[in-house]
Every structure is written in C-alpha cells, then in structure tokens.
Design a binder for this molecule. Structure first.
Ligand SMILES: [Zn+2]
Length: 313
C-alpha cells in the first residue's frame, strides 16, 4: 500500500528517506479542491513523494496546499521546487519561517554548519518560494483549506517558527517535532533538540496548547500517528526535562578533560544503549539517525549557555 490511512480522507506516506523506512512521514489529506500535504519533506525525497502519490492514484499536480509545521529541510526542503513546478500551490507557514522560505540563504548557512559537505547529498537543492505563494500564520487562527478546517497553534521549543495544526475532520494534531520522535507502534519518544533555536522556557506552553486541543491522536513527522496523546505529551515532557537536567549538570562540571564533542558522543552512546533495551533491533538505526541525541545534546548545551550568559552579564 502506497498510503497508510488514518481515516478514509486522512492518510500518510513514508518518504523512505535515503532508502530507510520510518524516518519521515508526510500527511496526505483529501479536500474538496485536491490534496493537502503536511510537511512535504526534503528535496532529496521529492521523487519518492511523486512516485508514492502516483502509486496511490494521485499526482503532485493534485496538490493544492502545503501545511508546513516548520522549515527545517527534512520537513520543507522540497517546498520551493514543488511551487516552481505547480505555481498554484498555497504554502502555509509561521511568519518567522516565511522570510527564510522566500530567501533561504540564512537557513542554508545554518544547515551548512550542521551538515558541512553532506548538505546537498542529504537534503538536495533548496530554492526560494515565491512570496505570493506564502500564507503567513501567527499561530492563533483557524484556516480552511479546500473546505477542510484546521486550528493553528504556535508551538515553539524545537524551532522558533514552529506551528502545529489540528485537523478538525480527523481530530488529528499534526505536531511536526514539537513532541519528539516516536515511531508509530512503539512507546519510545526521543526529544529532538538540535541547535540553534531550542527554547525550554516556551516549550511547556506549546505542549499545553496541544493538550488543550485534546485531539484523538497526535501525528509526529518522525514517525506517524499515535492514539495516546495525553500519555505521549506527558512522557515527552518528562524525558525532555531529564535530558535538559543531564546536559545542565554536565555543563556545571565544566573541566578541561572533556570537550563538547566527547560529552555529546558519550550522551549519544548512552541513549542508543537504552534504546537497544527497549526497541526491536531494526528500529534502532532510525532513532540513531533521526533522533540524533548527539545533536540534541548540543542544542540543549547552547540553550543553557545562553541562559548563564544572560544571568551573568
Ligand atoms: Zn525540525
């Protein structure tokens, strides 16, 4: 089956990113006007997106709107190319992300710091999105796309420009990376907190915004639907707190012995070891590759250092 179905009009597909399953899920929603995609994914997976839609009897030309949770390349890198090929596609994005879609130079510079020469092989080319395709969101509105209503919430924490969408028709909250990575069918949630935007002050409010929706299910981009939103959000918050404490403690014991790279690697190794106890072996690499505890360590360290810079001017 090309598409997995949540309801008769609410589906998702696996981009099989770089040949691996369970890494990036794209929401595929039917509307009166055509398809709505939630987070179309990176440019390097655009061919898979095209082929998978075709296997399901659709085409990219059927897409009317892209709902972006945030603009990181694994969620939204293909947006510019899709709009170039299909200029009528409407792109919904938070106002703080919109400028970087119109001019991706800063976004790419930031990604280049993380990925170096691997940027293009991993994510492909990123081209600007024409401004007249952009529908700017503030995070407190309801939008109706092809007759299908969505409540929008501003959900910073993972990224400063992150929004989540409650699809009222299926009562599914599409939450991007607001509450971590969890492969559907497992109970393993990894916070995803890479540099540079991690915001632990505002993250709890983002989780409360999702709780207030009390949706029937959550949908995480990495990966898929989860039918226990209350449990998921509480478990995520506990894990995020534990990780952030662990990183802060490590920083308080600053010494010359261990540099950031070593501490991040040690943290990563410990987390992967824990996962091996809790997951079937074929799922561990996905969490390793996309959960990236190492990058999360760095994102949390950056957050805590900014806090202490603020405290001691
Ligand atoms: Zn992200």
């Amino acid at each position: 089956m090309a598409l997995s179905s949540i309801t008769p009009t609410t589906h998702y597909l696996d981009l099989k990113y770089l040949g691996a399953e369970h890494l990036i899920a794209v929401g595929v929603l039917e509307s009166d006007d055509g398809l709505i995609l939630v987070d179309p994914g990176p440019m390097s997976s655009l061919e898979t997106l095209r082929e998978t839609l075709e296997e399901a009897g659709y085409a990219l030309a059927d897409v009317r709107a892209l709902l972006l949770t945030h603009i990181h390349l694994d969620h939204a890198g293909a947006t510019g190319t899709i709009v170039q090929d299909h200029p009528d596609v409407a792109v919904y994005v938070h106002r703080l992300g919109a400028t970087h879609l119109a001019d991706p130079s800063k976004l790419l510079a930031s990604a280049r710091r993380l990925y170096g020469d691997m940027l293009e092989p991993l994510w492909g080319e990123v081209i600007p999105v024409p401004e007249d395709a952009l529908h700017v969101l503030y995070g407190d509105e309801t939008i109706t796309v092809g007759g299908r209503p969505f409540d929008v919430a501003y959900t910073p924490g993972h990224a400063v420009h992150h929004v989540s969408y409650l699809d009222r028709e299926s009562d599914t909250a599409f939450i991007g990376d607001t509450a971590g990575m969890r492969i559907a069918g497992t109970d393993v949630i990894l916070p995803v907190t890479p540099p540079p935007d991690v915001d632990l002050d505002r993250w709890p409010d983002s989780l409360d915004a999702l709780r207030n929706w009390s949706p029937e299910r959550l949908f995480t981009t990495h990966f898929g639907p989860h039918d226990d939103p209350a449990w998921h959000l509480d478990a995520f918050e506990r894990t995020l707190d534990a990780w952030s404490d662990a990183v802060r403690n490590a920083l308080e014991q600053e010494d010359d012995e261990a540099d950031d790279a070593e501490r991040a690697e040690a943290f990563h190794a410990a987390k992967i070891q824990e996962l091996k106890q809790r997951l079937s072996p074929e799922l561990v690499p996905a969490y390793d590759q996309f959960g990236q505890p190492q990058a999360s360590w760095r994102g949390l360290a950056r957050y805590w250092r900014k806090q202490s810079d603020r405290a001691s001017p």
